[in-house]
Design a protein around this ligand. Sequence first.
Ligand SMILES: NC(=O)c1ccc[n+]([C@@H]2O[C@H](COP(=O)([O-])OP(=O)(O)OC[C@H]3O[C@@H](n4cnc5c(N)ncnc54)[C@H](O)[C@@H]3O)[C@@H](O)[C@H]2O)c1
Length: 350
Amino acid sequence: MTKKKVFVAGGAGFIGSNFIRYLLEKHGEASVLNFDKLTYSGNLDNLKDLKNNSRYSFVTGDVGDRDAVEGAIKKFNPDFVINFAAETHVDRSIHVGAKEFIDTNITGVFNILEAVRVRPKIKKYVQVSTDEVYGSLTLGSKKKFSEDTPFAPNVPYAATKASGDMLCRAYHHTFGVPVVVTHCSNNYGPYQYPEKLIPFFVFRIMQGESLPIYGDGKNVRDWIYVIDHCEALRLCLFKGASGETYNIGADNELSNIEIAELIAEHFNQKLETRCKFVTDRPGHDRRYAIDASKIKRDLGWRPRYDFPRAFGETIDWYVNNKAWTEKVRKKTDAFNPHIDFRQAHPTLKK
Ligand SMILES: NC(=O)c1ccc[n+]([C@@H]2O[C@H](COP(=O)([O-])OP(=O)(O)OC[C@H]3O[C@@H](n4cnc5c(N)ncnc54)[C@H](O)[C@@H]3O)[C@@H](O)[C@H]2O)c1
């Protein structure tokens, strides 16, 4: 089998680490260089099990640093490139500021495109993006995001991701860079940094703390198990058509309050005794939903994980992997410190 050298940017985070493990398991002929800045959400413990794997190596590096990207790609000489490196937390892009989002999610993509542009050996570059670039759908409507839906980012995070995607489009059109952009919905699974909804709630409920729900709790996201996303990315990397975009989702819409309810139930607790409505996030998109028919039709992808089972196993993973959770908890004083628990939503009684 032809050897596959895969340069992975941002592989120490949630999806990147799951992807590297999945790829190496699935492809005995693949080797990976993980290039990651190790920001607050990057965690080498996510890949501890690969420490002695001769097909895996790691280098600390910043995609925002053009020389570092060029140097690492030149030295590794990959056949494929995939980019997970990003500032990913919407709330931070609002409450901490968007500068790092611009440096990583826009300049970082530019630097990778420049390095790929001058290397015809590279067969494919997959830019991992998000459904949030499409903006918001109406609650209760049947509409979903397709690849033709115009971009309408509503928060700084989404705007920077959309900008990176646009650069990819232009570099394909102008220079013929073999790039594929993917737009996936919300992921759940092991190794996610606990500022994000599901591990955030699981961490809090394990500590006996309340579950803060933004606004009326009815904002809907389309949840997909992380390994289903990884399989879609693997197909895009090896079979995706250059210049194309693919939407990835598992037709699994749930509101934040439904997620909170499922987590409370898992711990045999009543949501009423646990949840606390807090002031909504500014610019909070109401609903996301993905039409994944293109990737199903063109690449033969199907989501394989059953939601109730994979969701339950995800919660159990956080409960049972105490060494991981405790170390992550010790890294910071508080997750999502911007949430103001005193300002419960004024119009809601629960
Ligand atoms: N988590 C989701 O639900 C979801 C859904 C759709 C798309 N995405 C996209 O998937 C990608 C990965 O998301 P995630 O949830 O794994 O994020 P994450 O925050 O868990 O991981 C991001 C990783 O990127 C690294 N990184 C950040 N800035 C960097 C830089 N300048 N140079 C090199 N490395 C850097 C971090 O150290 C970390 O390891 C992102 O591009 C995100 O937009 C995520």
